[in-house]
Every structure is written in C-alpha cells, then in structure tokens.
Design a binder for this molecule. Structure first.
Ligand SMILES: Cc1cc2nc3c(=O)[nH]c(=O)nc-3n(C[C@H](O)[C@H](O)[C@H](O)COP(=O)(O)O)c2cc1C
Length: 222
C-alpha cells in the first residue's frame, strides 16, 4: 500500500479566503441574491452550477437525496424535470415538500432552499420536453425511472423500441411527451446563503417568507 503520504480523512481541511459577507451586501429578495451568486458561479466557470441536491421525505420518513438540474427559475420558484413515477415523484406526491441544495465548492458557497412543491403546467413541461435533444426525449420514454431492471441490454433494447415507435423527423413533436414525465417547482419559504470564511468564521444569512409575502433576513451562527 502506498498511502503513506496521504493525509487521513480527518486531516483533510480547507481554509476559505472569502471576504466577510455583510448584511448590506445582500439583495432585498433571495431571488435577486440567488441570481447574483449564480452569475458569479457561471462566470467562475463552475461546471453545471445548476446541479442541485434535491431532498424529499421518504415514504418511510427517512429523507432521500439525489442530484437534479435546475431548468427554470422565476418569482414562483425553482423548476426541475423528472419522471413523475420515479421514487422522488412518489415521495413528492405523498409529502409535497422538499429541500434543494446548491454547492459551489470552488467559491465556498452553499444555498439551501426549502419549500412546498407543485407540478408545473402541462404547457410548461411540454415546451421544455420539446426543447430537449431527440435522444433525451426517447430516454424519457425508455426509462421507468427508479424501477429494478435485469441488465443494461434490456434498457438498450427498450430504447431502440421507442426509437422505432417515434422515429426522428423534421416535426418538432415527433416524440410526444410521456404522461408520466414533467416538471416540479419548489416554492421557497426560506433560502439560506452560506459563505465560507477565514478561520471557520463563516457567514450565514437566511431569508424567510412572511405571511404577507415579504422576506425577512437574519444572520445565523455558523
Ligand atoms: C449531474 C446530475 C444531474 C441530474 N439531473 C437529473 C434531472 O434533472 N432529472 C432527473 O430526473 N434525474 C437527474 N439525475 C439523476 C438523479 O440524480 C436520480 O438518479 C434519478 O432522478 C432517480 O432518482 P429517484 O430514484 O430518487 O427518483 C441527475 C444526476 C446527476 C448526477
């Protein structure tokens, strides 16, 4: 074994060099603040800054987490697309609440969104589905997401079957949207912005939505 030079896992640590984050640096709404940090993550060349960890409440009450891609963001909330019959789909139907976590390690930044979840309209799902490449649209049909399958060949054959059923043509809707596929929107009730600071003096601010629909901002201890 040649692991002599490797530090132990317990010994792995980074110090963060960000300038302290002050209340006056923050936007009045968490959406503006999100856009500001998201733009900086893009400018910094972070790969897939729209990848987020989605946590849902398991049917056994134990949380389940997985990565999904943010595909739309407006004043209502954060939208991603998936299979409605997947594990996450069934969990959201049973408990329509979720948490989203963005981690931009290179900038020592994390954003956590919590809120209720709703399905987006069929028009929105269809518009996004038809904007996807042909292979992705076929893949949505082929994958009975989260179910057990015998092997990879089984999936490849199923994919081929849908390619034959829906051949690629010039028609934009040559592959129809499956009824079991579409978007969910997480409607934030709180959004926390964390930024790593020198000497473990990190900055944390949480925006919380009031009953009147305004946002309060509070600093949390790191
Ligand atoms: C970078 C990345 C992006 C992903 N984006 C999506 C996505 O947008 N939608 C989706 O359904 N699955 C996406 N996945 C796959 C999910 O993480 C997960 O494996 C799948 O949705 C099944 O989850 P479930 O069984 O908990 O429902 C992505 C995975 C990775 C690593």
């Amino acid at each position: 074994m040649s692991d002599k030079a490797e530090p132990s896992i317990a010994g792995m640590r980074e110090d963060y060099q960000n300038e302290p984050l002050r209340r006056k640096d923050l936007a009045e709404t968490p959406f503006e603040q999100f856009h500001s940090w998201f733009s900086k993550a893009r400018e910094a060349g972070i790969r897939e800054p729209n990848a987020m960890t989605l946590s849902t409440i398991g049917l056994d009450q134990i949380p389940t987490s997985r990565t999904v891609l943010l595909k739309d963001l407006d004043q209502r909330g954060f939208t991603f697309f998936t299979n409605y019959q997947s594990r996450k789909g069934l969990e959201i139907e049973a408990h329509p609440g979720a948490s989203l976590l963005f981690l931009w390690k290179e900038q020592a930044r994390q954003i956590i969104v919590r809120g209720r979840v709703e399905k987006v309209s069929l028009d929105e799902s269809e518009a996004y589905f038809q904007s996807r490449p042909y292979d992705s649209r076929i893949g949505a049909w082929a994958s009975e997401q989260s179910t057990m399958i015998p092997n990879r060949e089984w999936l490849v054959e199923r994919n081929q079957m849908f390619c034959e059923r829906y051949p690629e043509t010039d028609q934009p809707d040559c592959v129809p949207i499956p009824e079991f596929w579409g978007g969910y929107r997480v409607l934030p009730s709180s959004m926390e912005f964390w930024q790593g600071g020198h000497g473990r003096l990190h900055d944390r601010f949480v925006y919380t939505k009031t009953d009147q629909g305004n946002w309060t901002i509070e600093r949390l201890s790191p």
